[in-house]
Design a binder for this molecule. Structure first.
Ligand code: AVI
Length: 313
């Protein structure tokens, strides 16, 4: 067994610069990757346990039920690479089924990533595990130097691809293509288009956890940038836009107000929105066309109750 940890501080994101730019823009927006501080990660775990938000449970059930077929379609791989691996929980099913020699997990949160990767190294004694602490959106290419030769499978579960607009999603899939190499593969999970009421409910859970997750972004700016957002003056507002095929998540200002962030002052009009997230939903043919635009060919697909996993080579 071997375990290695590599930190890429230069490739880390810049909360302050991104937030100031997003608040100066019109309409105002903040990139959704900033949801995931410690509290945001905890709230996201709680969202996944809400009865209305079936995405994580369904993906888990789908992977467990269809793993023999998925493993047969993937074949022999040397290395699994998981960008945005977080707690590294999902990849264990694949490790059991595919038995690669190397696992590389990438995530922006270095300390939890290192702990989770070390636990995997302990549980899979024959596996070489590399934990790469980086914002893979800035510097995915730097990961390549830390991967062994041999066939690679890029694993991107959880419908995280839905949080990118189509052009950015296509660009990211093209970077995955280069990371995988010409004989590599991509296994990716995404949420399907379905009854809009069901989608609406998933982002407006009765317990208010998604609202708390959205508002935590402002609390994070108060904590980390010394901002003075009054959370009671903003309303979580999420809805499904069937024309664009996406959930849109906003924080709407309930009054005219000024907010100070990192020494700068921003005006919010009554009803003005701060856009925080898009979550695109796809039909299977739409997604495979998107991946094709990034150089991937569909090689297998599995579906369960409004969620799909596709394999590309
Ligand atoms: C991480 N991502 C796929 C989630 C989603 O559904 O777009 C994030 C989320 N936002 C609100 N609820 C969950």
């Amino acid at each position: 067994m071997s375990f290695s940890f590599q930190d890429f501080p230069a490739a880390r994101d810049d909360l302050r610069a991104d937030v100031l730019a997003g608040l100066a823009a019109s309409p105002k927006s903040i990139p959704p990757k900033y949801f995931y501080d410690e509290q945001g990660c905890r709230l996201f775990e709680t969202i996944c346990a809400q009865p209305e938000y079936a995405l994580c449970r369904t993906e888990q059930a789908l992977m467990a039920a269809r793993m023999p077929e998925i493993a047969a379609a993937v074949g022999k791989v040397e290395c699994i690479v998981e960008p945005g691996a977080g707690e590294c929980a999902k990849v264990r099913l694949l490790l059991d089924a595919l038995r690669p020699t190397h696992l590389a997990v990438l995530d922006i949160a270095g300390a939890p990533l290192a702990a989770a990767a070390q636990a995997i190294a302990h549980d899979y004694p024959e596996l070489d595990v590399s934990a790469l602490a980086m914002d893979f959106l800035s510097d995915l290419e730097a990961a390549s130097a830390h991967l062994p030769p041999g066939r690679r499978l890029v694993y991107y579960p959880g419908s995280s691809i839905g949080n990118f607009p189509p052009e950015a999603a296509s660009a990211l899939l093209a970077r995955f293509r280069r990371l995988a190499g010409t004989d590599g593969q991509l296994l990716i999970g995404f949420d399907l288009k379905k009854d809009p009421q069901r989608l609406h409910a998933a982002y407006n859970d009765a317990a208010g956890v998604t609202a708390a997750f959205n508002l935590n972004l402002l609390a994070r700016l108060n904590r980390e940038l010394g901002a003075d957002f009054n959370l009671a003056r903003f309303r979580h507002y999420a809805f499904y836009n069937p024309v664009a095929g996406r959930i849109e998540m906003h924080l709407v200002s309930l009054m005219e107000q000024h907010v100070n962030v990192a020494g700068e002052r921003f005006h919010f009009a009554l009803g003005e929105t701060l856009h925080t997230e898009h979550s695109y939903k796809f039909r299977r043919d739409e997604f495979s066309a998107l991946a094709r635009s990034a150089g991937w060919q569909l090689d297998g697909e599995w579906e369960l109750d409004g969620f799909a996993v596709q394999l590309f080579d």
